[in-house]
Design a protein around this ligand. Structure first.
Ligand SMILES: [Zn+2]
Ligand SMILES: [Zn+2]
Length: 119
C-alpha cells in the first residue's frame, strides 16, 4: 500500500496482491485491514472508503486530521492535540461517545496550489 502512494480501496489492494496465478480474496484483505487499522498502521478514510498507510507512531488522543486533495487525490495526515481536546469536550457536552475521532478535510494540497500558481 505504501508503494501506491495513494489511498486504496480494499478491492484495489486485493487486485494488486493477486496475480501470478495467485488470487487474494477481498475478505482476507478486509480482515488484514481491520487488524492494521486497529493498530494504527493504516487509517480508514471514511469519505473515500479507502485506506492509507501510516508511518507515524501516534497513540490515542493525537487528533488525526486528514487533508484530502480534490485535485490529485492525495491524502496527507497531520495531528492536532488541540482539536482532539476541543472535539472531546464538544462531544462530551453533546453526550456523544465517538467510536473514532478522525477529521477529514477536503481541499487542495500544497503541491497542487503551487502548480496552480505557477501556471
Ligand atoms: Zn497516522
Ligand atoms: Zn493535490
Amino acid at each position: 500500500m505504501a508503494e501506491a502512494g495513494k489511498p486504496l480501496g480494499a478491492y484495489d489492494i486485493a487486485e494488486r496482491l493477486s496475480g501470478a496465478g495467485r488470487r487474494v480474496a477481498a475478505v482476507s484483505v478486509y480482515r488484514a485491514l481491520d487488524f492494521l487499522t486497529e493498530h494504527d498502521l493504516v487509517h480508514r478514510i471514511a469519505s473515500r472508503n479507502a485506506f492509507v498507510p501510516c508511518a507515524h507512531a501516534h497513540g490515542e488522543g493525537a487528533g488525526l486530521v486528514f487533508m484530502i486533495c480534490r485535485s490529485c487525490g492525495g491524502i496527507d495526515e497531520t495531528t492536532s492535540p488541540e482539536i482532539e481536546d476541543q472535539l472531546g469536550r464538544t462531544l462530551a457536552r453533546a453526550g456523544f461517545r465517538p467510536a473514532s475521532r478522525i477529521l477529514e478535510v477536503e481541499g487542495e494540497c500544497e503541491a497542487c496550489l503551487q502548480r496552480e500558481a505557477a501556471s
